[in-house]
Design a protein around this ligand. Structure first.
Ligand code: ADP
Ligand code: 5GP
Length: 201
């Protein structure tokens, strides 16, 4: 059995994380993409248990209190978190697990699992990011504005990550991610968190 490892993929909303992950998983079906819980409403076409587990704020709070989340954060007015058990079980079985999470969650993982490889996806420019976010057509104007404001702060933190990948040409960005994954030593252990996520605001 190979050694399990945790992979964190972070980047501003609309940069193309989902698109890159779909391509990566197609090429490497052995990778497991963690399914997060969120308090946000499903977008058209999103299925419970496949894209996210859609939960109420009360259930989310309960999961925090019971230590069921490996990390969690608030993003643009909703809460998002990684269910702990499926991730820990898979890594113990020697599997490679990917978390597609925002900056605060990635910072928590840095503390609890310092051996995780953390990748930050950058847009070619802020203009292009806005163009992609609008082009996706999934958010209201207000949600787009919140996501763009948050994007600037996230991009400033890109240096905190092990690897930075600019998603300009999709095929080249995918190649960079594959090099980062398959040419870096694996995770040795998962540690207990030292501090919980920030409180729900
Ligand atoms: P995220 O998951 O980071 O929020 P998405 O994967 O939903 O972003 O991508 C946002 C939009 O940008 C989508 O419409 C997608 O088709 C488009 N997109 C993704 N990568 C590229 C790229 N390299 N060049 C042009 N458009 C892209
Ligand atoms: P969206 O609403 O566009 O699906 O996701 C918004 C943001 O939440 C994205 O940056 C995404 O990476 C992040 N996100 C999704 N799931 C999780 C999670 O479990 N934990 C954290 N911290 N962020 C998440």
């Amino acid at each position: 059995m190979g050694q399990g490892r945790l992979i964190v993929l972070t980047g501003p909303s609309g940069v193309g994380k989902g698109t890159l992950l779909r391509a990566l998983l197609e090429r490497h079906p052995e990778l497991y993409l963690s399914v997060s819980v969120t308090t946000r409403s499903p977008r058209p076409g999103e299925e419970n248990g496949q894209h996210y587990y859609f939960v109420t704020t009360e259930r989310f709070r309960e999961m925090i209190e019971h230590g069921e989340l490996l990390e969690w954060a608030e993003f643009a007015g909703n809460c998002y978190g990684t269910p702990r058990r499926p991730v820990e079980e898979r890594i113990q079985r020697g599997e490679w697990v990917i978390l597609e999470i925002e900056l605060e969650g990635a910072r928590q993982i840095r503390k609890t699992c310092p051996d995780a490889i953390r990748i930050f996806v950058l847009p070619p420019s802020l203009e292009e990011l806005e163009h992609r976010l609008r082009g996706r057509g999934s958010e209201s104007e207000e949600a787009i504005a919140r996501r763009l404001a948050r994007a600037k702060a996230e991009i400033e933190a890109a240096d905190e990550f092990d690897v930075q990948v600019v998603n300009d040409d999709l095929a080249i960005a995918l190649q960079h991610i594959e090099s980062a994954l398959f040419l870096t030593p694996p995770v040795s252990s998962l540690k207990q968190p030292t501090s919980p996520g920030a409180g729900i605001r």
